[in-house]
Design a protein. Sequence first.
Lengths: 85, 335
Amino acid sequence: MFQLREQELEWKRIDDEIVVLDGRASCYLSIEGSGVSLWAALETGASREQLVAALVDEYDIEPDRAGHDIDVFLADLAERGLLVS
Amino acid sequence: MWDRVWELIERAPSQSALRMHKLHLLAAAEWRARGRPIPESVRADERLMAMMATAAPLLLGRIRAACPGRLVLMKGPEVAAAYPDPATRGYRDLDLLCDEPRAAQLALVAAGFVEFGDSTYAHHLRPLVYPGLPLVIELHSQGNRPFWLDPPPTERLIESAVPSATGVPGILAPAPAAHALLLAGHAWAHQPLWRVIDLIDVAVLLSDCDRTSVDRLACAWGWERMWSTTLAAIEGLLASSSGSPATRLWARHLASVRERTVFEEHLAPIGGAIAALPPRRVPRAVAATLALTAAPAPGETWPDKLRRSGTAVRHAAMAGSRHHQQLGSGERKGG
């Protein structure tokens, strides 16, 4: 299960973009495209399979492609310390 | 009221006018709801506001953890929380009324906040920022208001404070009636009835208040005439299109959603004092205002002052910002 951490992480959505503040790093991020849907799912927690299913459903892409994009996205978030273990 | 706000937005002559009156985020929300394109510059403003809004709870938590005493959040995110969509009410600083502002300032510096700018502000200490985060923090010992109005009673304000709508534990806010009055005082502080958003702020908070209690508080503070003039301006601008004496005379820029001209910038402080004070206090306030206007700015010589005054006369009909730009002073009243 993957989930966004709760402490010192704030975000606001504007249309098809999410502006994120990582308070620990005093760093702002912008999430766009398919990342917006993934971010919303990660707020409450989701498994890799659920995330793949959500992308396949929304963008009508192959599961392998969705899985690859999700792995890249999750790795980036994990490297930034934005996910809980 | 919001239909009337939309009419005003439609009337604005330019995006810069909307921005000056802090209506640009409200405009963006309306344009979006009506399927109209949003200019990229306004999208950038929305993005910037999102950065401010995400920083606010974080910073308030850090401020609360570092500072002694009670902290009362005025304006900014506290007002935004009262809007139907908080994202439409922009802000760029956190104004906190403190039991012990100087002790709080030292505590924040010790906690990593950094002072910047000069220390000549009358109503708050030297501004602070937390490195990497965009909001400015200003610690106040009293609410802002024009110099000719008595300050509101800080201790009573703090005693009657309520939990902040931001939800940050330990951060308070003025009681709604007091906050509506504080916002009215702020609407007069830099230039009397300067921006449309200032009147919308008061109207928004007033919608959640017992009007009688605000009127009583205004009397208790000695602000009754300023308050009644503010209410008339709100009524004239946001409830009808007939205007009020203020909005038909020295605050006529509001209904046109434009900047004041140089002439209007000079007229407004005098018109404001006359409109907002009991008759017995008007002569002294007007005299003090004229003295401030006539004197050179700090560090300015009399020849420079006279040259600047001559330019102001020639630019009487010019928009204030353009005049100041041409003067090259870069100094603007208000924030």
